[in-house]
Design a protein around this ligand. Structure first.
Ligand SMILES: Cc1cc2nc3c(=O)[nH]c(=O)nc-3n(C[C@H](O)[C@H](O)[C@H](O)COP(=O)(O)OP(=O)(O)OC[C@H]3O[C@@H](n4cnc5c(N)ncnc54)[C@H](O)[C@@H]3O)c2cc1C
Length: 464
């Protein structure tokens, strides 16, 4: 049986581990030069920062996952640096790109463990040099051993905001401020649901306490107004409003921003897996059962790409998806392991729901962005141009949903295919049309899921 696993983060590693235990030798693909995924991303060869410095309180988990990853490489068809850019239905084929060469891999089944990416809300000035996502700021630290600036501000909401700020502080960077758009009261109310995972809650509180103890400006319930700066020099300040309604300016030369993460679901979408809006996560998520089975034969999902759950959940979900695949293929499965993991996953789901309530996506902030804000940076489409596309008296009539608006304005048509701006664009459109964001729809996945060089045009594909 030809089985592929896409992704070598926590979900992919644990999925492959189960397949190998059952005697399979899966094809294992990751576009990154090595495995580990986002949270346990490895630094390039030659970097000498140890696990404790790189992964902090998660060092033991990172080391354990890397050990399993390395042990699995020789017993699988391991292909790092390989992007899967499309997925075909009949025969089931993965279209890949490695070192500029395109290929097509026939498989009977695939477990997609494609992870997540940052969720951002564009602000005036967010395209200035020096502005990056929270995840990008963290990758600079983990994979390049550098900070994004000399005096860095962090803005957004969610666990990653506090974690990245803490990691920068520990690494010796100067932090201008940590500004959380979620009011303290919202988080305090949701705390009631959080003790389902006391260790994670304790870690979060520890990061906040350490940042405050270091004398760093920490503010909650803030409203960002604009990022200020100029051409080559980049960011110089953040203009914001505090919870008491006072306008303030913060000097900084770099800014990391983000509001949680969203699933990387394009491959699932292209494979034909139905996608639904999850109001708790405020994200579009692929439909799958508790084991990661989808309604598309041979397609299984695990980890953040199947709905945001965090790294521990990703590990358990990866193992479950592999067990589901084995059971469906009539191969020996481990029922006791599945029972144990499913019980833990149910507990984690309650914790995750509380976390989502504690750090809600700031839909109102996105919906109310000023007209002149560049919303889609790939195609330089402003929020005002998108709003104009919703006007019934416009030349083409009103765009009733986001894909029609894409056709009118080119929003989401550039290099990132709307992965960065899509969520905020839907909020802007929904507010203008006076409907819920779920009714606006989502930008449909299109192949290639990431840009391909011209030399790797599909005609040049080779059979693997
Ligand atoms: C930028 C970023 C930073 C994060 N940092 C932290 C953190 O510090 N602490 C924390 O608790 N959580 C963090 N998270 C969340 C955490 O990464 C996830 O919860 C966890 O890593 C999920 O594991 P996963 O295996 O589902 O996905 P990931 O770890 O994201 O792994 C997915 C893998 O799939 C590969 N991939 C994706 N698409 C393709 C494709 N088309 N072709 C080939 N390969 C592909 C990627 O290269 C990646 O290696 C972060 C998330 C992001 C986006």
């Amino acid at each position: 049986m030809r089985v592929a696993v896409v992704g070598a983060g926590p979900a992919g590693v644990r999925a492959v581990e189960q397949l190998v235990r059952a005697g399979l030798r899966p094809l294992w693909l990751d576009e990154a030069p090595d495995g580990g995924g986002r949270i346990y991303q490895r630094p390039p060869a030659g970097f000498t920062r140890g696990a404790r410095a790189l992964y902090g309180l998660e060092a033991a988990k990172a080391t354990a996952l890397h050990a399993t990853l390395d042990a699995l490489k020789p017993v699988t068809d391991w292909r790092p640096g390989t992007l899967v850019w499309d997925i075909g239905a009949d025969p089931r084929q993965l279209h890949t790109l490695r070192e500029g060469r395109a290929a097509a891999q026939d498989v009977d089944a695939a477990i997609l463990c494609t992870g997540a990416m940052d969720r951002v809300v564009p602000l005036p000035g967010w395209t200035l040099p020096g502005v990056t996502t929270l995840g990008g700021a963290q990758i600079a630290l983990k994979a390049q051993g550098c900070a994004i600036g000399r005096c860095v501000a962090f803005l957004g909401s969610g666990p990653l905001l506090w974690l990245v700020a803490y990691q920068y502080m520990k690494a010796g960077a100067t932090i201008a401020a940590v500004l959380d758009t979620t009011p303290f009261a919202t988080k305090a109310q949701a705390l009631a649901g959080l003790p389902h995972d006391p260790a994670t809650l304790a870690k979060g509180l520890y990061y906040v306490a350490r940042l405050r103890a270091a004398g760093i400006l920490v503010a909650e319930g803030v409203t960002p107004l604009a990022i200020e700066g100029e051409g080559e020099r980049g960011v110089t300040a953040l203009h914001w409003r505090d919870a008491a309604g006072r306008e303030r300016w913060l000097d900084c030369d770099a800014l990391g921003l983000g509001w949680g993460v969203r699933p990387e679901l394009q491959l699932a979408d292209l494979a034909g897996v139905p996608i639904r809006f999850d109001p708790v996560q405020h994200n579009w998520v692929p439909e799958r059962d508790a084991m990661g089975r989808t309604s598309v034969r041979g397609i299984y999902l695990a980890g953040d790409g199947a709905g945001i759950g965090g790294a521990d959940v990703a590990e358990m979900a990866g193992a479950c998806a592999a067990q589901a695949l084995l059971a469906d293929a009539g191969l020996p499965a481990d029922a006791a392991l599945v029972r144990r993991l499913q019980a833990r996953l149910r507990r984690q789901a309650r914790f995750r729901a509380a976390l989502e309530r504690a750090f809600p996506f700031p839909a109102q902030l996105a919906a109310s962005m000023p007209d002149e804000t560049i919303l889609c940076r790939c195609e330089r489409v402003t929020a005002g141009e998108l709003r104009a596309a919703a006007e019934p008296e416009g030349p083409q009539g009103a765009a009733p949903e986001v894909n029609r608006a894409k056709a009118f304005t080119r929003i989401g048509m550039g290099r990132c295919q709307g992965r960065v701006c899509g969520m905020a664009a839907a909020e802007v459109l929904a507010a203008r049309l006076g409907c819920g964001v779920a009714e606006i729809g989502r930008l449909r996945g299109q192949a290639p899921v990431k840009p391909l060089p011209f030399i790797a045009a599909p005609e040049a594909e080779e059979a693997a």
